[in-house]
Design a protein around this ligand. Structure first.
Ligand code: KIV
Ligand code: ZN
Length: 498
């Protein structure tokens, strides 16, 4: 059995630091509940000294969430640690995450200090936090740019005073995977008592290498990964939870496993994106709209023959149930018939050919074709064939300052008949002419027009409901010409009476 990899989620702390992504307490509780259901092991729920709002949110979360370890961030400052201990008062399982910058840049510019002083402050903050909690995680900020020898001394010092987890952040996202992995290995091989603690990765994505660096850290001995949902976080963001979890889940050569409930991934991603007003890019790995979408005919055919031809993860494993075959102008007949069967239409070869030609015409005008569009394509074709009353010809006259008139020619059981009528508008005129020809007392009970998308060149769908001798009949049609669609929908309903 492989070793367990601990998932430390920092969506509510590092993720929430992004300008414009701030959540109120209720929203944070909602995200915390979703993360709990997702099965993360540790949840970093805030930086309590930063604001009274953050402090309160942490307190409220600790009252609701009891399974995972709840963690609060501090600087290497006693006041921060006091406040964090206070904020975590109700937490069942708690951790304080404290630390200090260890790179030359931080020591010189941020602290105007020296290495000995920083080493001493690192150990002191851990020692101080131990007064309050057993579980203390230490972070060496900007460890990515800290030289390994000095980093090893700092880590050894914090372990000596009781740190339980040591976090090695690549705060600026500067490391390459090889370099970051080597750093973790160096610590594993050179720090006294390193086996007593868990090494954590915390990678930022400034060069797009956060996931690669995290995995490299894991392959070199890290057993906790610090991640956010959708990879949100300052600048280019943090390591994306879903990417690391699925990389570990789908590859068979990883030395670790996670206990994440992966079918909850997509739902959690949507929730975080919505609440944090942070859209997910369509081509984002695992959770992007196109992550499992196949649009070219060759790929669609390959996936339909065997999903694994072009998919390394079953979308259902991350909670995506929709079909991954997107219908576009490049789709083939195989993809079309797959979708038609999915929504309940099994066509003969001839019918499919007819539907495919209609589909191609529509797909040329629309970016992608929806289930609604398919029903329109097939529904119209099927009902027309079986109708006893068919529209042969329709001409309307309408416009400002003219009396709306319609001339209609119908084929009723093979007999051609024509009528002309006026009305309050072209549709009303067409309906009157149809009524004259079918010799039925039909009352129009409902008339509804919808456009499939939003363009003025789009298909209009028309539903009508008519009454005859106490019975109700429904008719439907669709056409880019809404007057024709209306006449056909009316005839569709009437032909059911006839
Ligand atoms: O990126 C970073 O270094 C951090 C620490 C505060 C853990 O977020
Ligand atoms: Zn960070």
């Amino acid at each position: 059995m492989s070793e367990k990899l601990y998932i430390f989620d920092t969506t509510l702390r590092d993720g929430e630091q992004v300008p414009g992504c701030q959540l109120n307490t209720l929203e944070k509780i909602e995200v915390a509940k979703a993360l709990d259901e997702l099965g993360v092991d540790i949840m970093e729920v805030g930086f309590p000294v930063s604001s009274p709002g953050d402090f309160n949110s942490i307190v409220e979360i600790t009252k609701v969430i009891t399974r995972p370890v709840l963690c609060a961030l501090t600087r290497a400052v006693e006041k921060d640690i006091d406040v964090a201990a206070d904020a975590l008062h109700f937490a069942k399982r708690k951790r304080i995450h404290t630390g200090i910058g260890t790179s030359w840049h931080h020591i010189t510019h941020k602290f105007n200090s020296n290495r000995d002083d920083i080493l001493q402050r690192a150990a002191a903050c851990v020692q101080y936090a131990k007064k309050y909690v057993e579980d203390v995680e230490f972070y060496a900020e900007d460890a990515g740019r800290t030289d390994n020898e000095y980093l090893a001394k700092v880590i050894e010092a914090v372990i000596a005073v009781g740190a339980t987890v040591v976090n090695i952040p690549d705060t600026t996202g500067y490391c390459t995977p090889e370099e970051y992995g080597a750093k973790i290995r160096f610590l594993k091989e050179n720090v006294k008592n390193i086996h007593k603690v868990i090494i954590a990765t915390h990678c930022h994505n400034d060069l797009g290498m956060a996931t690669a660096n995290t995995l490299s850290g894991v392959l070199n001995g890290a057993r906790q990964v610090e991640v956010t949902v959708n990879g949100i976080g300052e600048r280019a963001g943090n390591t994306a939870l879903e990417e690391v979890v699925m990389a570990i889940g789908c590859r068979k050569d990883m030395p670790v496993h996670t206990e994440v409930n992966t079918p909850k991934i997509y739902r959690t991603s949507r929730l975080v994106s919505t609440l944090m007003r942070m859209p997910v890019q369509p081509n984002k790995a695992i959770v992007g709209r196109n992550a499992f979408a196949h649009s070219s005919g060759i790929h669609q055919d390959g996936v339909l023959k065997n999903r694994e031809s072009y998919e390394i993860i079953d979308p259902a494993e991350v909670g995506i149930s929709e079909s991954s075959i997107v219908l576009t102008a490049r789709s083939g007949r195989h993809a079309l018939s797959h979708h038609l069967e999915r929504i309940g239409f099994r066509l003969t070869a001839e019918e499919l050919e007819d539907a495919y030609q209609k589909f191609l015409k529509l797909a040329d005008r629309k970016k992608d074709v929806s289930d609604e569009d398919l029903r329109v394509i097939v529904g119209v074709g099927q009902s027309e064939q079986h109708r006893r009353v068919k529209l042969k010809y329709l001409q309307v006259v309408c416009g400002k300052s003219s009396i709306p008139m319609a001339t209609v020619q119908l084929n009723i059981d093979g007999e051609i008949c024509t009528a002309t009528a006026s009305g309050s508008g072209p549709v009303d005129a067409a309906f009157s002419a149809i009524r004259q020809l079918v010799h039925r007392r039909v009352t129009l009970e409902e008339y509804l027009v919808q456009v499939v998308t939003r363009g003025s060149d789009d298909i209009g769908k028309v539903h009508v409901q008519v009454e005859n001798q106490g019975n109700t009949y429904y008719g439907f049609s669709a056409n880019t010409d809404v007057v024709t669609a209306s006449a056909e929908a009316f005839i569709d309903a009437i032909s059911k009476i006839v």
